[in-house]
Structures are given as structure tokens and as C-alpha cells.
Ligand binder design. Structure first.
Ligand code: C2E
Ligand code: CA
Ligand code: CA
Length: 746
């Protein structure tokens, strides 16, 4: 075949080669035409200055691909030469190319493969172990092969970059699909606008939030959602923020299609193009209507009373504080009025808590309407205590206001069952700036005034005074000293005899607390018992006195023919909680091996209000162990008879006020007689307190009063006086051995 014919056939073959194995076929054809020992085609990595073969052909067929650094090789020269042909002696020309030597190469023909932009993309090379004989033929063949080879490399490069782009696009698409799904499922509304700020996307939440259909929003300006409730300047600021930072966050008020407005916390971000202009804006809207409502509700609850809807104590304080602060040129006077129901506990107990709540609500309504014309703060402070702060009333005006209020609320109320109940309140008033200039102090003054109103007969008003201040100081001092005295067990037991009327025998000693303090001196129970009750310290005192009284009793009883009893005063409050105090008494008695039937527990009826069932259970328990229970101060409370039925009493102690009046007043005499008869009918025994005269004693004897107690027999005595008293008044009760011992000793 002539060379031309041969080339023609090759051209035909080349054009029919599939892209698969294209280069291996090409180099194999080239080696056939050029008769070279090796032919190969390689791409050039210009950056790393290396060549990487795409296909290699040797005498025996295809060989493994390789790559090699270009510098110092004839291939490097191809970048600036079209064809490089070295017919022989190449190793001498390129001594730095180790491959040539290794492969025993003598001649070299190479051609640069250029793409359409004339950039070298590859090389086509033939290597000979012996000199090239027909250089022209080889060069023609090379020119013939170089064009399709370069075209194929270029095609492949294109294909690769297309593939890369396609992959990138696929990935972007995937990311976008995820983003879209996130948007679609988001509970926040999403709006995307284009560079003209026309809406191009909204998610389902935004549609639900705004009430518009999707097609009504797409293509329009987001302004469609604007409620117009924010000033223009607000939006100007927003846009300049977006321009400066590509981001803005804040609260907008949007309008639904229905016209209803709703607050949205909004974040807007701008997508910026390479030239710096905004391509898109993405806005995320969170409807905060319910959060706002919840916040408002929480704020309301934090500052208001749930039952009456009035402001609570905390809010009352803060309103007074801010009014006082603003005061300077506002008002000259201010006053706090504290109101408190008289005997609210009784209403709760007798009519039930629901009736109590109704009453509080009704009272709140009354206060509101009474003060409707006034600039006042009204608060329910706690329980049945309400506060009013009013300004601009001088002392006289305040007094008139308070008295009118007292009259206004003093009307009949109806319980849920329709029962009529009448209530009265007491009012304590403190006055700004006279009593105090600061809210808290003013409040304390009003509290003290209220306390005073309560103790001076109720259904009344009291202004704060200096005496109240010193009384309050005294109470505070007592409280501190009582705490200390309890710790140091410095309360003493004094003993007052209780005499059996019939025999004139000593029956019991009543233990009475006595206290002399280093700082406040001697204080009487009438003063320190109420204070300790008020501050929950009564247990400590009772325990200390009981302990000492028992110790004294043991000493005395050891000297008597028959042991006498001990009456101890306990607060009924001690039996209203858990049975801690009840158990302590029992334990004390058991430890000292005292017969419980010798111990009587005196309870004052005025204290018996709350938690009756618990107290009753504990008292019944004590009674079942042998203790006896006495009702102290009978007749001074408001429902003495009711308690007689409820609690398991053994003794009634007639209050000394009745006894002292019975000789002069017929009514008192009849009352005492009635009490004694009634107690006997109930199977109880009677002790008359405060017997001071023989007249009284005679009367009580005629009336069959079982026991008597009072100064006529003895005042309360310290332990060291007891034996002397017994020896001179009840000598027959002293055991004979003791008398002998005493006689022998003296
Ligand atoms: P009470 O239990 O009614 O005690 C009788 C009070 O009348 C005692 O006052 C006593 O000294 C006084 N008294 C006794 N005989 C006469 C008399 O013939 N004429 C007059 N005018 N007074 C007489 P005291 O000791 O000052 O106690 C006052 C109240 O303090 C007691 O009244 C009792 O309720 C309470 N109390 C005393 N000690 C204790 C205690 O240890 N624990 C508790 N919880 N309360 C106590
Ligand atoms: Ca008593
Ligand atoms: Ca009494």
C-alpha cells in the first residue's frame, strides 16, 4: 500500500474510533505508521510542569501509563515548537532525562497538541531505539495524527468540565430542595422577593398567617401585609439597615386579608450580587400574637390578685413608690388606708370558704365603686386585708373619707346559700409626709394603726400615732428577748393553789409563767403571752414552763400523803398541727413517772377557731390517756357554749370578771349560777377563778362550785414558797414521815 493510501485508511479508521479506548487505538496506529519502538499521548499539567500519559504503545502492544516531570526532556521544548524531531543521539542532547537512557532511546519525534484556542493541551511522541531513517514520513504522519488527537483531548476536557458543572448543579439543586422543604414545613412565614422587591415565593405558613392565597401574593410588593401602624420613618430606618448590613430584625405589625392585625418578629436578609446590588430579599415572619398575650397575662398575674382582680401587694408598693417619687410638685398629702374584716375567720368557719371568697369579691367591688371618683390605688394585700392609697386629702378629708367607707361597707352580704351576714371592718391609716416619707415605713405605720383599730373595739378607724410607734418598738424588743429567754430556759413556773370547795383541801396547782428579763425587767404573762402567740413562740414558753412545773410538782408530791395535781396552760394552737406537742407532753409525763390523771390542760376558748377536728382528736387522745382538759376563761369568748359541745372538757374555769362582779351584780350572780348548773348537767366540774373575798367564797359554796382559786387563798408562788404555804394551810396533806423528819431536823 502506498503511503498515501495507508494514511487514507488510517484517517478512515481514526474517524470511526469510538471514544472508548480512543487513545490506545490512536497510539497503536501511530506506531504502525511510524514504526517506532514506543508511541504515547500525554496531557500536560502546566501548573506542575508534568506530563501524564493517556495511552502508551510498545512493540509488544499496549503498555502501562506513566507520568514524568517535563523539565530537561525534549517534550518540554514542544511548548514553543510545533514539532521536535531528533533523528539520533538524543541521550547526548538531553542528559538530564533519565527515562531516555533507561529505555535505551536514540531518536525522538514529538508534536504539540493544541486546542482551538492554540493552547498546548497534550503531546504525541514516538521513541526509537535506533536512528530514524525517513524523517519526512514520520513528520507527515505526526501532522496527520495531531489534529484528531488534539480534538479528542479538547472534547474530553470539555466533557469533564461539563460533568463537573453538572455535578455541582445537581448538588445545588439538592440543597435548594432541602431549603424549600424546610421553608415549606417551617411554622414561621417565609417571603422571598426579587431585585424589584416583588414576591417570588411564600411558604404555606405565611399563607396561613396572612389569610391571602398564594397567587394573590406572588408578584406583589410585601407592602400588601403592612398594617400601616408603624410610622414611615420606621420603615426608612429598616431599609437603611438592610442596605448597610444586608440584615434587619425587629417587630412589625402586619395586617391579614381580613383586616385583623398581628405582631410578627421579622428577620430580613438580602442576597447580594457580585456588583453589590440586592438580588433577593428573604423575610422570615414569626407570628407572636399568642406569645404576646401570654406575656401580658403573666404580667397581669404577677401584679394582680387572682380572686378580686385588684392589684397585689407588690404592685401596690410600686404604685405608691412611683406616686411618692413623682410627688414633688404633684400633691402635698398622701395616705395609706388598710382595711381588715373583723372576725373574718369566723365567717370562713361558719359559712365556708366559698362564702368567704364571695365576700372578698363583693368587698373589692364595693371598694372600687366607692373610690370610682378618686385618684387611688386599691389592692388586696392578703387574706382579708385591703389597701387604699389616696393623694391630695388632708387629715380631716382622709378621716371623712375613711368614716364614709366604714359606713358604706357595713351592710348586709349574702352567702351563696342566701344567708345574710353582716360584716364590719377596721381601718388603719398612715399619713404622708407626717408619719413617714417612704413607702415601706408608711405601710408599717398603717399596719400598726390597723392593729390599734382592731384592739380598740373593731368597726373603727385609727390614725397612726407616736404611741403606736413606741408600742411597736416594745413588741419588737419583747419578741427578741422572748426568743433568747426560750433558748436560755429563763421562764419560771409559779404555782397558784386550786382548792376543793367542799373539803378546803389543796387539789391542784396551776402553773403560771413568770419572766424577768435582763433588759426589759419583769414582764407579765398578759403582755408576753399575746406577743409570743403572735410570733409563733408560745410553744417554747409552754414547754419551758411545763418542764419546770413538773419538776416542782415532783418535789412537793414526794412530801404529801396523796399526790396533788398540776394544771398547765397550753395554747390550743399547739394541738392544731401535727401531734408533736401532744407527744412531748405525754413523753414528759411518762419520763417523770407521773400519773396522767394528775395533769389538767387548760385551754383558752378564744383561741379555739381553726382546725377543730385536729385539735379535738389530739385532746381526745390525751384524755384517753388519763389527762383532764379544762376550758379556761369561760364566758369571755363569743361561742363558749358551742365549744363545750365540740371539745371533751372535764372542767370549766369561770372567768374572774364574773366572779368579781357576782357579789354586787345580780346578773353576774345568775350567770355564774347558770354556768355551774349547766356544767354539772353536762357532767363537768367547775373551777371559779379570781376568788378574792369571803363573800364570793360563800356564794360559790352555796352554788355548788366544785373548786375555787384566787388571792383569797394565795397568789401564784415561786417553788421555794410552796412547802411553807402547804405547811400553814394544808398541813394535814403533808406525809407524817416528812413532818417527823422536819421536826427532827429543826
Ligand atoms: P389564766 O390562765 O386565766 O391565769 C389566771 C390569771 O389570773 C393569772 O394571771 C393569775 O395570776 C391571775 N389571778 C389569779 N388569782 C387572781 C385573783 O384572785 N385576782 C386577780 N385579779 N387575778 C388573779 P397571770 O399569771 O398574769 O396570767 C395571765 C394569763 O397568761 C393566764 O391567764 C394564762 O392565760 C396566760 N398564761 C400564763 N402562764 C402561761 C403559760 O405557761 N402558758 C400559756 N399558754 N399561757 C399562760
Ligand atoms: Ca389558766
Ligand atoms: Ca383563766
Amino acid at each position: 500500500m502506498s503511503n498515501d493510501n495507508k494514511l487514507h485508511t488510517i484517517a478512515h479508521t481514526l474517524s470511526n474510533l469510538s471514544s472508548e479506548n480512543y487513545f490506545s487505538h490512536l497510539v497503536s496506529l501511530l506506531s504502525e505508521v511510524t514504526n517506532a519502538d514506543y508511541t504515547f499521548i500525554a496531557t500536560i499539567d502546566a501548573e506542575n510542569n508534568t506530563a501524564k500519559s493517556l495511552a502508551v504503545h510498545g512493540k509488544m502492544g499496549p503498555e502501562d501509563n506513566f507520568s514524568y516531570p517535563l523539565s530537561g526532556t525534549p517534550c518540554a521544548d514542544l511548548s514553543h515548537r510545533e514539532v521536535c524531531c531528533i533523528p539520533q543521539g538524543i541521550v547526548a542532547l538531553y542528559p538530564d532525562d533519565p527515562l531516555l537512557k533507561e529505555m535505551c532511546i536514540d531518536a525522538y519525534v514529538g508534536i504539540a497538541l493544541r486546542n482551538t484556542a492554540k493552547v498546548v493541551v497534550g503531546i504525541l511522541v514516538a521513541l526509537y531505539k535506533s536512528p530514524v531513517v525517513s524523517r519526512e514520513i514520520v513528520e507527515v504522519a505526526f501532522h496527520f495524527f495531531s489534529a484528531p488527537a488534539a480534538a479528542e483531548i479538547e472534547r474530553r476536557n470539555h466533557e469533564n468540565s461539563l460533568l463537573l458543572n453538572a455535578n455541582e448543579l445537581r448538588k445545588k439543586n439538592f440543597d435548594l430542595r432541602i431549603a424549600q422543604q424546610v421553608y415549606d414545613f417551617m411554622s414561621d412565614g417565609v417571603i422571598v422577593t426579587n431585585s424589584h422587591n416583588d414576591i417570588i415565593y411564600v411558604n404555606d405558613s405565611l399563607i396561613a398567617m396572612s389569610g391571602y392565597e398564594r397567587h394573590e401574593l406572588i408578584g406583589t410588593n410585601p407592602r400588601i401585609l403592612n398594617s400601616g401602624l408603624r410610622p414611615q420613618s420606621f420603615y426608612q430606618e429598616m431599609w437603611s439597615d438592610i442596605e448597610a448590613n444586608s440584615f434587619w430584625q425587629g417587630e412589625l405589625i402586619n395586617r391579614k386579608k381580613t383586616g385583623e392585625t398581628y405582631p410578627v418578629v421579622t428577620a430580613i436578609s438580602a442576597l447580594i450580587s457580585a456588583n453589590g446590588s440586592a438580588l433577593n430579599h428573604i423575610a422570615v415572619h414569626r407570628d407572636v400574637t399568642s406569645e404576646k398575650k401570654a406575656r401580658e397575662l403573666i404580667a397581669f398575674q404577677a401584679s394582680h390578685d387572682y380572686l378580686t382582680g385588684l392589684i397585689n401587694r407588690y404592685q401596690f408598693y410600686s404604685e405608691i413608690e412611683s406616686k411618692l417619687e413623682e410627688n414633688t410638685n404633684g400633691f402635698n398629702y398622701g395616705s395609706i388606708l388598710l382595711t381588715d374584716f373583723d372576725n373574718f375567720k369566723v365567717i370562713n368557719n361558719v359559712h365556708g370558704h366559698e362564702a368567704g371568697d364571695q365576700l372578698l369579691k363583693q368587698f373589692a367591688r364595693q371598694l372600687r365603686s366607692f373610690c370610682a371618683e378618686e385618684d387611688v390605688s386599691i389592692s388586696r394585700l392578703n387574706g382579708d386585708q385591703f389597701g387604699i392609697f389616696c393623694t391630695n386629702k388632708n387629715r380631716t378629708d382622709t378621716s371623712v373619707f375613711a368614716r364614709e367607707l366604714l359606713r358604706y361597707v357595713n351592710i348586709q352580704h349574702k352567702t351563696p346559700e342566701g344567708k345574710e351576714i353582716s360584716i364590719t371592718v377596721s381601718i388603719g391609716i398612715s399619713f404622708f409626709p407626717h408619719d413617714a416619707e417612704d413607702c415601706r415605713e408608711l405601710f408599717t405605720c398603717a399596719e400598726q394603726a390597723l392593729e390599734h383599730a382592731k384592739t380598740s373595739g373593731k368597726n373603727t378607724i385609727a390614725f397612726y400615732s407616736e404611741e403606736m410607734k413606741s408600742r411597736a418598738r416594745r413588741i419588737d424588743l419583747l419578741r427578741q428577748r422572748i426568743i433568747r429567754a426560750i433558748k436560755e430556759e429563763s421562764f419560771e413556773a409559779y404555782y397558784q393553789p386550786i382548792i376543793e370547795t367542799k373539803t378546803r383541801n389543796l387539789s391542784h396547782f396551776e402553773a403560771l409563767a413568770r419572766w424577768t428579763d435582763d433588759v426589759v425587767g419583769q414582764v407579765y404573762p398578759d403582755e408576753f403571752i399575746p406577743v409570743s402567740e403572735e410570733f409563733g413562740l408560745i410553744h417554747g414558753i409552754s414547754e419551758c414552763v411545763t418542764k419546770k412545773a413538773i419538776a416542782g410538782l415532783l418535789v412537793i408530791n414526794a412530801k404529801l400523803t396523796t399526790p396533788i395535781g398540776l394544771s398547765i396552760n397550753r395554747s390550743v394552737r399547739e394541738f392544731m398541727g401535727d401531734d408533736e406537742h401532744c407527744s412531748k407532753i405525754v413523753e414528759m409525763i411518762e419520763r417523770n413517772k407521773i400519773d396522767p390523771t394528775l395533769i389538767s390542760i387548760e385551754l383558752t376558748e378564744s383561741m379555739m377557731v381553726n382546725n377543730e377536728a385536729v385539735a379535738k382528736k389530739q385532746l381526745e387522745h390525751l384524755r384517753s390517756l388519763g389527762f383532764s382538759i379544762s376550758m379556761d376563761d369561760f364566758g369571755t369568748g363569743y361561742s363558749s357554749l358551742g365549744y363545750l359541745k365540740k371539745y371533751p372538757f372535764d372542767y370549766i374555769k369561770i372567768d374572774r370578771s364574773f366572779v368579781s362582779d357576782m357579789a354586787e351584780q345580780q346578773e353576774a350572780y345568775i350567770l355564774v349560777k347558770t354556768i355551774i348548773d349547766m356544767a354539772h348537767n353536762f357532767g363537768m366540774q367547775v373551777i371559779a377563778e379570781g376568788v378574792e373575798t369571803l363573800d364570793q367564797m360563800d356564794m360559790l359554796e352555796v352554788l355548788n362550785c366544785d373548786y375555787v382559786q384566787g388571792y383569797l387563798f394565795s397568789p401564784p408562788m415561786a417553788t421555794d414558797k410552796l412547802m411553807g404555804y402547804i405547811a400553814s394551810h394544808h398541813a394535814q396533806q403533808i406525809s407524817p414521815e416528812i413532818e417527823e423528819m422536819a421536826a427532827a431536823g429543826s
